[in-house]
Design a protein around this ligand. Structure first.
Ligand code: FMN
Length: 130
């Protein structure tokens, strides 16, 4: 698949089957992802990958927090719960979390195809002749 097709056909997955993603698959993904550029090739990332019981614990504790009345927060991806369960050192900041899994095709939200604004709504060209 070429890159443009990949980008044009991708979509967010919000419901996953219970099939775990193997460590081998994740290692393959990271192998490709680490080709991303970084300033002076500092490669300033650390990746913590959770599966099995630790992942279940994060899910359970996040849910318990919400049920107990905690406001849903945009930064739940950087939650203290994740740091604690994954034993992330205090001098590391979670920049983002990525859910990985296999899509559950029966999950209604997985059928959503989102739109994008027209370029003219958010692009300004400066210095072009045309
Ligand atoms: C940083 C970030 C956080 C997001 N958080 C959520 C979320 O909490 N819940 C959700 O259903 N989708 C979340 N999304 C998915 C966006 O809603 C989605 O990217 C957007 O609606 C466009 O749809 P698409 O990814 O299918 O093209 C998030 C996306 C990004 C990039």
């Amino acid at each position: 698949m070429d890159f443009e097709t990949l980008v044009q056909t991708r979509k967010s997955v919000r419901g996953f089957t219970s099939e775990p993603v193997s460590r081998a698959v994740i290692e393959e993904v990271i192998e490709v992802a680490k080709r991303a550029p970084s300033s002076m090739n500092t490669q300033p990332w650390h990746i913590h990958v959770l599966s099995g019981e630790p992942l279940e614990e994060v899910r359970r504790r996040n849910m318990e927090e919400l049920i107990a009345g905690a406001k849903p927060k945009r930064d739940i991806m950087r939650s203290d719960i994740v740091c604690e369960v994954a034993n992330i050192p205090e001098d590391e900041v979670i920049m983002t979390s990525v859910a990985m899994g296999y899509p559950d095709d029966s999950f209604p939200a997985n059928a959503v195809r989102s739109d994008r604004e027209a370029n003219s709504d958010f692009v300004r060209y400066v210095g072009f002749a045309d």
